[in-house]
Design a binder for this molecule. Structure first.
Ligand code: HBI
Ligand code: FE
Length: 280
């Protein structure tokens, strides 16, 4: 257990003392026990079974190109595949890192990936993102040109938002559109968000549960929409394609200050102008 790190919650699991000032550290493949690779394979197999019905085609295709079903992936090998495709690479980190460090890595097309994996008794739920959440959930779409451009633009915006105290609206954009985003493909709602696709319960809830509110993506609505961090989401936002997400980044900068000052929309509630997105 580590002491406090400025800009981070208390008691995070990772070893922050051995990380560099930019919060990166070296991934030590020899440090993973066979049980760790077995945990990865169990999680991978469980989620892979859900992908044909519940995941976006782009996610499935990009994941297949990475070929990391066999065990905890070697970040250097994954980076070697990402770089020629979209210029992204992976950096190992001890876990959540402060917003400013996170944004500057994204702006430089470096995706921070937690190097440790959850214990076998945490298969169904884990509070902090581990290597399965980050590598299985987030990394595949770094191969998708539009999504890769969107995420780099998001990182660049982080530095601007920090200067005007608008990190909260930007965190909402990440939460709703990177962690819990849905996409409609041929009239069917499918998931692409990492927080959904790295969780078996959320994958089903998000794409076919009757309870959640599914709304058409609208950046102004998303920037004001608060969320739960430790429960299934009551509201999801749906895009038609990833180009829409990237195009929206041209409009977000001028919305940031107003979103910072606007009253937040509580999780799960309706707001004027909401456009529901039917299941199919
Ligand atoms: N750190 N490693 C890591 N991974 C994240 O997804 C992450 C983070 N720090 C901050 C953060 N996400 C969110 O607050 C973003 O909205 C900035
Ligand atoms: Fe995440």
């Amino acid at each position: 257990m580590d002491g406090s790190v400025p800009g981070l919650p208390e008691g995070l699991r990772g070893d922050y003392h051995h990380a560099r000032p930019d919060f990166t550290l070296n991934q030590d493949m020899a440090a993973y026990a066979e049980a760790d690779h077995a945990t990865w394979r169990t999680l991978y197999a469980r989620q892979a079974a859900l992908l044909p019905r519940h995941a976006a085609a782009a996610f499935r295709e990009c994941l297949a190109r990475l070929g990391f079903a066999g065990g905890v992936p070697d970040f250097a090998q994954v980076s070697a595949r990402l770089r020629p495709a979209t210029g992204w690479s992976l950096v190992a980190v001890p876990g959540l890192i402060p917003d400013d460090a996170f944004f500057s890595h994204l702006a430089a097309r470096r995706f921070p990936v937690t190097h440790w994996i959850r214990r076998p008794d945490e298969l169904d739920y884990i509070v902090e993102p581990d290597v399965f959440h980050d590598a299985f959930g987030h990394v595949p779409l770094l191969l998708h040109p539009d999504f890769a451009e969107f995420l780099a633009a998001y990182g660049r915006l982080g530095e601007q938002a920090a200067r005007i105290g608008a990190l909260k609206p930007l965190a909402r954009l990440y939460w709703h559109m990177v962690e819990f985003g849905l996409i409609r493909e041929a009239g069917v709602i499918r998931a692409y968000g990492a927080g959904i696709l790295s969780s078996s319960a959320e994958t089903v809830h998000a794409t076919e549960g009757r309870q959640p509110r599914r709304l058409q993506f609208d950046p102004w609505r998303v920037l004001r929409s608060d969320y739960f961090i430790d429960d299934l989401q009551p509201t999801y936002f749906v895009i038609e394609d990833f180009a829409t997400l990237f195009a929206a980044m041209a409009k977000v900068p001028e919305m940031l200050a107003a979103a910072r000052d606007a009253p937040p929309i509580p999780p799960g509630t309706a707001a004027p102008g909401d456009l529901p997105c039917p299941l199919g």
